[in-house]
Design a protein around this ligand. Structure first.
Ligand code: ZN
Length: 134
Protein backbone atom coordinates (compact mmCIF):
# COMPACT_ATOMS: atom_id res chain seq x y z
CA UNK A 1 0.00 0.00 0.00
CA UNK A 2 1.24 3.41 -0.95
CA UNK A 3 -0.14 6.90 -0.34
CA UNK A 4 0.82 9.99 -2.34
CA UNK A 5 0.31 13.53 -0.99
CA UNK A 6 1.36 16.97 -2.19
CA UNK A 7 2.62 19.32 0.53
CA UNK A 8 2.25 22.98 -0.45
CA UNK A 9 5.09 25.26 0.63
CA UNK A 10 5.14 29.05 0.40
CA UNK A 11 8.52 30.71 0.77
CA UNK A 12 8.82 34.35 1.78
CA UNK A 13 12.51 35.03 1.13
CA UNK A 14 15.01 34.27 -1.63
CA UNK A 15 16.78 31.79 0.64
CA UNK A 16 14.80 30.14 3.41
CA UNK A 17 14.63 26.81 5.21
CA UNK A 18 11.04 25.83 5.97
CA UNK A 19 10.42 23.14 8.56
CA UNK A 20 7.85 20.74 7.02
CA UNK A 21 8.16 18.02 9.69
CA UNK A 22 4.71 18.77 11.16
CA UNK A 23 3.07 18.55 7.71
CA UNK A 24 4.72 15.19 7.05
CA UNK A 25 3.67 13.93 10.51
CA UNK A 26 0.09 15.08 9.86
CA UNK A 27 -0.05 13.17 6.55
CA UNK A 28 1.45 10.12 8.20
CA UNK A 29 -1.15 10.21 10.98
CA UNK A 30 -3.91 10.45 8.37
CA UNK A 31 -2.49 7.51 6.40
CA UNK A 32 -2.84 5.05 9.25
CA UNK A 33 0.48 3.45 8.22
CA UNK A 34 2.41 2.10 11.21
CA UNK A 35 5.47 0.48 9.58
CA UNK A 36 7.10 1.51 6.31
CA UNK A 37 8.97 4.39 4.71
CA UNK A 38 8.20 7.98 3.82
CA UNK A 39 9.93 9.52 0.81
CA UNK A 40 9.75 13.28 0.48
CA UNK A 41 10.77 14.54 -2.96
CA UNK A 42 11.15 18.17 -4.07
CA UNK A 43 10.29 18.61 -7.80
CA UNK A 44 12.21 21.88 -8.28
CA UNK A 45 15.65 22.77 -9.63
CA UNK A 46 16.30 25.72 -7.32
CA UNK A 47 14.98 24.20 -4.10
CA UNK A 48 16.04 21.13 -2.18
CA UNK A 49 15.42 19.21 1.00
CA UNK A 50 17.52 18.24 3.98
CA UNK A 51 17.26 16.81 7.48
CA UNK A 52 19.01 18.71 10.25
CA UNK A 53 18.49 20.31 13.64
CA UNK A 54 15.18 22.12 14.11
CA UNK A 55 15.56 22.80 17.86
CA UNK A 56 17.91 25.80 17.54
CA UNK A 57 16.92 28.13 14.66
CA UNK A 58 20.57 29.25 14.48
CA UNK A 59 21.40 25.91 12.84
CA UNK A 60 19.41 26.39 9.60
CA UNK A 61 20.63 30.01 9.65
CA UNK A 62 24.24 28.86 9.86
CA UNK A 63 23.70 26.33 7.05
CA UNK A 64 22.25 29.09 4.84
CA UNK A 65 25.23 31.35 5.68
CA UNK A 66 27.68 28.49 5.06
CA UNK A 67 26.11 27.72 1.67
CA UNK A 68 26.31 31.44 0.76
CA UNK A 69 30.06 31.39 1.53
CA UNK A 70 30.55 28.22 -0.55
CA UNK A 71 28.39 29.39 -3.46
CA UNK A 72 28.22 33.17 -3.92
CA UNK A 73 25.08 34.60 -5.56
CA UNK A 74 27.07 36.18 -8.37
CA UNK A 75 30.11 34.69 -9.98
CA UNK A 76 31.51 33.31 -13.21
CA UNK A 77 28.28 31.51 -14.15
CA UNK A 78 27.03 30.75 -17.70
CA UNK A 79 23.32 30.14 -17.00
CA UNK A 80 21.45 33.19 -18.39
CA UNK A 81 18.65 33.10 -15.83
CA UNK A 82 21.03 34.49 -13.20
CA UNK A 83 20.18 31.99 -10.49
CA UNK A 84 23.04 29.52 -10.85
CA UNK A 85 23.85 29.73 -7.14
CA UNK A 86 20.31 28.50 -6.40
CA UNK A 87 20.74 25.54 -8.78
CA UNK A 88 24.07 24.61 -7.18
CA UNK A 89 22.73 24.90 -3.61
CA UNK A 90 19.68 22.78 -4.55
CA UNK A 91 22.00 20.05 -5.83
CA UNK A 92 24.15 20.25 -2.70
CA UNK A 93 21.08 19.68 -0.49
CA UNK A 94 19.53 17.06 -2.78
CA UNK A 95 16.00 16.41 -4.04
CA UNK A 96 14.72 13.80 -1.61
CA UNK A 97 14.95 12.34 1.86
CA UNK A 98 13.73 8.98 3.13
CA UNK A 99 12.53 8.46 6.69
CA UNK A 100 11.69 5.14 8.34
CA UNK A 101 8.19 4.83 9.79
CA UNK A 102 8.03 2.82 13.01
CA UNK A 103 4.99 2.36 15.25
CA UNK A 104 3.18 5.09 13.30
CA UNK A 105 5.94 7.66 13.92
CA UNK A 106 8.64 9.19 11.75
CA UNK A 107 11.89 7.67 13.01
CA UNK A 108 13.82 10.92 13.28
CA UNK A 109 16.58 11.66 15.79
CA UNK A 110 15.65 13.82 18.78
CA UNK A 111 16.92 17.04 17.23
CA UNK A 112 16.15 16.28 13.60
CA UNK A 113 13.56 18.01 11.44
CA UNK A 114 12.81 17.96 7.71
CA UNK A 115 13.54 21.24 5.97
CA UNK A 116 12.32 22.39 2.57
CA UNK A 117 15.28 24.46 1.30
CA UNK A 118 14.29 27.47 -0.82
CA UNK A 119 17.12 29.06 -2.82
CA UNK A 120 15.23 31.19 -5.37
CA UNK A 121 12.14 32.48 -3.61
CA UNK A 122 9.80 33.86 -2.70
CA UNK A 123 7.61 31.36 -4.55
CA UNK A 124 4.82 28.86 -4.21
CA UNK A 125 6.43 25.45 -4.08
CA UNK A 126 5.56 21.87 -3.36
CA UNK A 127 7.03 18.72 -1.93
CA UNK A 128 5.78 15.27 -2.89
CA UNK A 129 5.29 12.79 -0.09
CA UNK A 130 4.94 9.08 -0.70
CA UNK A 131 4.19 6.84 2.27
CA UNK A 132 4.70 3.14 1.62
CA UNK A 133 3.52 0.53 4.12
CA UNK A 134 5.89 -2.35 4.82
ZN1 ZN B 1 17.84 28.85 -13.52
Amino acid sequence: MSLFTVIDVKSEKRTQFIDITASVRECLAGSGVSEGVAVIFVPHTTAGITINENADPSVPGDIIAGLARLVPESGDYQHAEGNSDAHIKASLMGSSVTVIIKEGQLLLGTWQGIFFCEFDGPRKRKAWLNITAA
